[in-house]
Design a protein around this ligand. Structure first.
Ligand code: AMP
Length: 249
C-alpha cells in the first residue's frame, strides 16, 4: 500500500508571531520555519504503518516555496521514502492544495493520504475534507487511532462528545489529531540517509491546477494584549472578587 503524506512548512510553533507593519499578514522573514506539528504526527503514523509491513512506500508532498524542500527532508529523515515539492511562490489556499494532492494521489496510485488535521498558521482545518470530497474517497478526520486491515481503515475520531469509530473502505483520507502518536526525532544517521533520497519538483501547472487565490486578506491584526493578573491573599477575598468584581459567581 502506497501512502501519500502532506507536510506544510509553517512558522515554528515556538515563535511569537508578529504582524507585518502593513497588516497584510504575518512576518516570516528571518523567522524559524518548521513542519506543521500535526503533519509530523501524520508522517509518524505512515512510518509506523511501514514498519508494521502494511505500507510499502511513503511519499511526502509539500506545496510551497523552494525552502519547503527542508520540510520534505525532515519527513524523509523520519522515514518517508521520497518527496514531491509542488513549487509556488503563491500562498496556496486549502482548495488548491486539495486539488494538487488529488492529482498526485491519483498519479501515485495512493491507497491512503494522511494529512494533519489543521495547519497552525492559517488554522483552516479544510484541506483533508476537501481532498476526500474531490477524490470521492471516505474520510476519517481528527484521528486518534488508525488500524488498517482487509482493505479498510478503522479510524477512531476525537469528536466533541468523546470518541467515534468509523470504518473506511480504502482508498481513504485520514487527518491526524494530537493524540494519534508521538512523532519520533530523526536520528543523525537517518538525517544523513535522507540527503540521498529523491525530491521531485513540479509546478502546479504540471498537475493542471490553477492556484490563484480566491480569498483576499483585508487585514491581519494582533489580539489585544491581556491585562496583568493580581494575587489575592486568601480564598475569602477570591470569592468576594469573583462575586462582586468579576460577577461570575
Ligand atoms: P489546513 O486545511 O490548511 O488547516 O491544513 C490541513 C492539512 O493539510 C495540513 O496539516 C497539511 O497536512 C495539509 N496542507 C495544507 N497546506 C499544505 C501545503 N501548502 N503543503 C502541504 N500540505 C498542506
Amino acid at each position: 500500500m502506497k501512502i501519500v503524506i502532506a507536510v506544510k512548512r509553517v512558522v515554528d510553533y515556538n515563535v511569537k508571531v508578529r504582524v507585518k507593519s502593513d497588516k497584510s499578514g504575518v512576518e516570516t522573514a528571518g523567522v524559524k520555519m518548521s513542519m506543521n506539528p500535526f503533519d509530523e504526527i501524520a508522517v509518524e503514523e505512515a512510518v509506523r504503518l511501514k514498519e508494521k509491513g502494511i505500507a510499502t512506500e511513503i511519499v511526502a508532498v509539500s506545496v510551497g516555496v523552494t525552502q519547503a524542500q527542508e520540510t520534505i527532508r525532515t519527513a524523509l529523515a523520519m522515514g518517508a521514502d521520497r518527496g514531491i515539492l509542488v513549487e509556488t511562490e503563491i500562498a496556496v489556499e486549502p482548495l488548491a492544495v486539495a486539488k494538487l494532492l488529488k492529482a498526485l494521489a491519483e498519479k501515485e496510485g495512493a491507497e491512503l493520504v494522511i494529512l494533519g488535521k489543521q495547519a497552525i498558521d492559517d488554522d483552516m482545518n479544510a484541506t483533508g475534507q476537501m481532498l476526500a470530497a474531490l477524490l470521492g474517497w471516505p474520510q476519517g478526520t481528527f484521528a486518534s487511532k488508525v488500524e488498517i486491515a482487509d482493505g479498510a481503515a478503522t479510524v477512531t475520531r476525537e469528536v466533541d462528545g468523546g470518541l467515534e469509530t468509523v470504518k473506511l473502505a480504502l482508498p481513504a483520507v485520514v487527518t491526524a489529531d494530537l493524540r494519534l502518536n508521538e512523532p519520533r526525532y530523526a536520528s543523525l544517521p537517518n538525517i544523513m540517509k535522507a540527503r540521498k533520497k529523491t525530491i521531485d519538483v513540479v509546478k502546479p501547472a504540471d498537475l493542471g491546477v490553477d492556484v490563484t487565490p480566491r480569498l483576499t486578506v483585508i487585514n491581519v491584526s494582533e489580539p489585544p494584549s491581556r491585562k496583568a493578573g493580581i494575587k489575592v491573599p486568601d480564598v475569602a477575598t477570591l470569592v468576594e472578587k469573583l462575586r462582586n468584581e468579576a460577577k461570575v459567581i
